[in-house]
Write a protein that binds this ligand. Structure first.
Ligand code: AMP
Ligand code: MG
Length: 482
């Protein structure tokens, strides 16, 4: 037995999922196996990379010990409620307990049709698979909660998108795949019993410390709110735009999940939107905290029957919990942004953060590059940073204030470099990797993964990867491509 599955979700009532096996594919070929992650999961990396292992990763064979399922969920997509979504192209192979004792889902994304596929083909193309692999692993290396990528395989089949593209399967690892939309699926059907079962499952699995609380469901709501607030605050610190913050793409465990048309910003612009389908800018960079709270409000609605017997009382409790979002967000955001500026401590009475961001926006300065150069400025070499401002007067004035604050509350430049990455998965690099992969050249993919695995280290051999795109390299739109 290669997998020691210990499945808890498949033990929930039948209406939580559909039992379904992956669809076999023509001729699987391994593109990439994440060996350190395999080790973390107590999986045998050599076996996974063998012909038998690759067949499992491609969904061509199902291990005897597996009990594959597709889970049911609903969701608000761009604000519109869809009562049934579910895993339309993803199959949960099973759960494993990792070396640290944490339960992790092993899911095949792109493994064929399920009862939730609607009009979709259940498949994934190589582009989105590599994109999710790169960006989720980059997020992990940055220290931001995220699902992980265990493997990418080619299926040997083509999928029809705008054109025919090589098909692929991503093996995704997650604390769980339970979303706000999973709660919505049952709540909107008036299935209070299922909502309670799901909440109990989530507490046992993700928040076991709450099991003994007098009001566990109230505490659960608070903890999910806190984790989402912290997560989005961390996104904001690296210039990440999720792109599809629908309630079905919002993990109850507080991990970043579903890397579709996501992007890291190059030049700083609070209104930045990359997703081709986000016409109104609902999921623009600066809207993300507000949208997270909107999504959490939908979760609170689902939990109302568990919060109090009387609805009015339940609403009052839910409002109180939702009121905690803003402080939870600010705590992480302000401390983190101050640390990026090399300032220790929790308050920004001088307005250093907002003013620096305003300068970046006015000058269309590259977000990641500017903060990394600020580390040099903390070492008394401000020339590189200053050169990023067309009109440096504003920066000079800010700089005086900044140095003054740092006299009292200084973080060493070495510390600053541990929170200001040199390397992020820039769009133009990800795009170049995908284009090369379509020519069956995976060397750029490997190299980008290598660079992004150490985002905070100067890697002189790869200095070009830290650079913003040249004007002709800029990628301003990203696509779901599903
Ligand atoms: P996403 O926007 O990727 O989060 O997907 C939204 C919904 O569409 C989910 O229910 C997916 O399972 C489903 N979906 C996306 N792509 C496909 C596909 N190629 N085949 C079947 N279902 C899909
Ligand atoms: Mg999704």
């Amino acid at each position: 037995m290669q997998f020691q599955f210990d499945n808890s979700y498949a033990a929930l009532p039948e209406r939580f999922f559909a039992r379904v096996a992956p669809e076999p594919v023509a001729s699987p070929r391994l593109v990439k196996l994440n060996r350190p992650l395999a080790h973390e999961l107590r999986l045998d990396a050599d076996w996974l990379a063998s012909a038998d292992g690759v067949r499992v990763l491609a969904g061509q064979t199902v291990p005897d010990e597996a009990d594959p399922i597709a889970t049911a969920y609903a969701g608000h997509q761009f604000g519109t409620f869809v009562p049934q979504l579910g895993d339309g192209r993803a199959i949960l192979l099973g759960e494993v307990v990792d070396r640290s004792g944490q339960r992790r889902d092993l899911q095949l994304k792109g493994a064929g049709r399920t009862p939730f596929s609607r009009r979709g083909d259940g498949r994934a193309a190589i582009g989105p698979v590599l994109r999710e692999y790169i960006v989720s692993e980059a997020m992990a290396a940055l220290g931001i909660p995220t699902t992980r990528a265990l493997a990418a395989v080619l299926t040997g089949e083509k999928v029809q998108r705008e054109r025919m593209l090589p098909g692929a399967v991503l093996t995704r690892i997650a604390a769980s795949h339970i979303r706000i939309g999973t709660f919505q699926f049952f709540a909107t059907r008036g299935d209070d019993e299922a909502v309670r079962r799901l909440a109990d499952h989530v507490i046992a699995r993700h928040y076991p410390e709450l099991a003994g609380e007098a009001k566990p469901y109230r505490a659960l709501l608070s903890r999910v709110i806190e984790r989402q607030a912290q997560l989005v605050a961390k996104w904001m610190q690296v210039g990440f735009i999720h792109g599809v913050m629908n309630t079905d793409n919002c993990s109850i465990a507080g991990e970043t999940i579903d890397y579709g048309p996501c992007a890291f910003m190059d030049e700083f612009d609070p209104s930045a939107v990359f997703s081709s389908i986000d016409q109104t800018g609902r999921y623009a960079f600066a809207n993300q905290p507000r949208i997270a709270l909107w999504n959490l409000t939908r979760l609170a609605e689902c939990l109302l029957p568990l919060l109090a017997d009387e609805q009015e009382k339940a609403i009052e409790i839910a409002k109180e919990a939702l009121g905690e979002f803003s402080d939870a967000f600010d705590a992480v955001f302000t401390t983190g942004m101050l640390a990026k500026l090399g300032v220790a401590g929790g308050a920004d009475d001088e307005g250093l953060i907002a003013e620096f961001l305003a300068l970046l926006a006015e000058n269309q300065a590259d977000f990641t590059f500017a903060f990394r150069r600020l580390c040099d400025a903390a070492d008394d070499d401000a020339s590189g940073l200053r050169a990023m401002f067309a009109e440096p007067a504003g920066f000079d004035a800010w700089s005086v204030k900044w140095r003054h604050v740092r006299e009292q509350r200084r973080l060493a430049s070495g510390e600053m470099r541990k929170i200001n990455p040199a390397f992020i998965p820039r769009n133009h690099r990800v795009e170049a990797v995908i284009q090369a992969a379509l020519r069956d050249d995976f060397a750029p993919f490997e190299e980008l993964l290598t660079v992004l695995s150490r985002p905070y280290d100067d890697q002189p051999a790869f200095a070009a990867y830290a650079e913003p795109p040249a004007p002709e390299e800029r990628v301003t739109q990203t696509f779901c491509g599903t």
